[in-house]
Design a protein around this ligand. Sequence first.
Ligand SMILES: C[S@@+](CC[C@H](N)C(=O)[O-])C[C@H]1O[C@@H](n2cnc3c(N)ncnc32)[C@H](O)[C@@H]1O
Length: 299
Amino acid sequence: MMAFSSLLDRLGPEISDPEEETFLLYSQDIPSQNLGFVDPQATTLDLSVAGKDYVIHQSPTILNRPGSTTGAVVWKITPLIADWLVASDNPLWTSNILSSCSDVLELGCGISGLVGLVLAPLVAKYTLTDQSYVARLVEKNIAENSPLGNPKQTKTTSQKRKGKPSAVYPKAELRFVPLDWELDEVTPSLTGSDKVKSFDLVIACDCIYNDTLIQPLVQTCADVCRLRASDKSSTDKSTVCLVAQQLRDPEIFESWIKEFNRYFQTWRIPNNALTEELRSNPGFVVHLGILRDAAETRN
Ligand SMILES: C[S@@+](CC[C@H](N)C(=O)[O-])C[C@H]1O[C@@H](n2cnc3c(N)ncnc32)[C@H](O)[C@@H]1O
């Protein structure tokens, strides 16, 4: 728990009352933005995160298909979270929750895989997950934006000359695995490794927007974090669960935080530990959770 106690020093008080947290967050002026897309009409986006450029393919056509296909385009909070996650003064790095040895899993990554593209070069392994409809585009985005995601891809002469793609950390790995919160079981095989059977960090970015998804999402977060307890090879560090979201409907937020708080001790990342861009956007919040002991889980 060493790493976690130094993280706690950077966080505010633990959230003891989810209703109060909802009240506090919604008593600020939340700008009414559009739903929160970066650009729902564009088929490619040029995004610059932490000094690097990414060309992301997205699909307005898939977005407009009937059914829930919100991951077909990039959501506004995501580039800001990616930027915050790689900042060297991010409390996850300074408290050693994140390190070059970390295994990270993302839930509901969408077609961009952007957080993974940005963070994977700095950690041991990054597993992107979502429903299988995102697979084709996320794999294309990984292949085109990162040599890490495509072991067959070798640098061309011009890439070598220009020194691109930059930040190649040969041991890093980035891959996509389908994982549906409502249909699939969480198993250690998600790590794709015989040696490592659990994750250090679980990330969900802008995945809270629909009441019916709250319970399966929180359950999936808890199931992934529980892998740590049965992973004999792991350290005693608990898996940390990070949930970033754009505040929309207060009832949906309250349902989520109540459900999340049943399973997880919960903190909000305070403004002074966020980047200026996240801070200056009162509708964007980041919470962090550590699984309660099974016996402690509230009914
Ligand atoms: C608003 S989008 C956010 C996408 C991406 N994280 C971003 O911020 O750009 C919500 C994501 O949750 C995913 N999602 C919704 N229901 C899901 C389920 N049952 N299982 C897995 N992922 C799901 C969607 O496919 C979508 O990618």
